[in-house]
Ligand binder design. Structure first.
Ligand SMILES: CC(C)(COP(=O)(O)OP(=O)(O)OC[C@H]1O[C@@H](n2cnc3c(N)ncnc32)[C@H](O)[C@@H]1OP(=O)(O)O)[C@@H](O)C(=O)NCCC(=O)NCCS
Length: 190
């Protein structure tokens, strides 16, 4: 039988290596940012967030030592807010965005949040599908929120993050994601 999972002793699967974002990460983050958003955040926006904003928690994800994803949240007491999330266009569809979103949710919960919100472009079906998978639902629309093209933003929320129902949902999703990760080719083979 052909082994589906990479066994102990073989190379490990390509799990995203997620660490807090540092100033040294910003050139790579800005490259992905420019490829991902029509209105890109400038360097000082990220620099201020990671240096000065005590409510902010930003992370980068590496594969083979190279930054391929990043994301950030703010946590204000029981409320949290996904401020950004992106994966390099060459690496999308490999569940890396999902790994990063799960990290942001774990961090929000670890910091004591019960609720998490975000804004997403009405046309961004891919991101909306990812968020819905993790229990986000649309609660309102901000008309003309995006200044570049006047597009509406959907405001989505998920919670109660501390409740048993959400914990059970995360357990199931984490298990399925771990199984996907185990099927990824190991480092150097992907
Ligand atoms: C949104 C984004 C982070 C998703 O990352 P990704 O690594 O490509 O997505 P993943 O492979 O982790 O997929 C996870 C889920 O996202 C959704 N998804 C991903 N690619 C999709 C596609 N092509 N079509 C529809 N849904 C898709 C699905 O729900 C998928 O789960 P499923 O396969 O079990 O259905 C990535 O597309 C991105 O960087 N986009 C540009 C920046 C952006 O729009 N950020 C969000 C701002 S609000």
């Amino acid at each position: 039988m052909k082994a589906e999972l990479y066994q102990a002793g073989s190379e490990s699967p390509r799990r995203l290596e997620i660490e807090p974002m540092t100033a040294a990460d910003l050139p790579a983050v800005l490259r992905i940012e420019a490829l991902s958003f029509s209105t890109a955040w400038p360097l000082n926006a990220f620099a201020n967030e990671i240096r000065d904003n005590k409510l902010a928690h930003y992370f980068t994800g590496r594969l083979d030592g190279k930054i391929v994803a990043y994301g950030g949240i703010w946590v204000i007491l029981e409320d949290s807010h996904v401020t950004t999330i992106a994966v390099h266009p060459d690496q999308r569809g490999l569940k890396l965005g999902e790994e990063m979103l799960l990290k942001l949710l774990d961090e929000a919960i670890a910091q004591g949040a019960s609720w998490i919100t975000l804004e997403v472009r009405e046309s961004n079906d891919v991101a909306q599908k990812l968020y819905r998978k993790y229990g986000f639902t649309t609660v309102s629309t901000r008309r003309g929120y995006y200044s570049d093209n006047g597009e509406n933003a959907l405001v989505m929320w998920a919670g109660n993050l501390k409740g048993e129902l959400y914990a059970a949902r995360l357990r199931v999703l984490r298990g399925a994601l771990d199984a996907e990760i185990a099927r990824r080719p190991p480092n150097g083979m992907g």
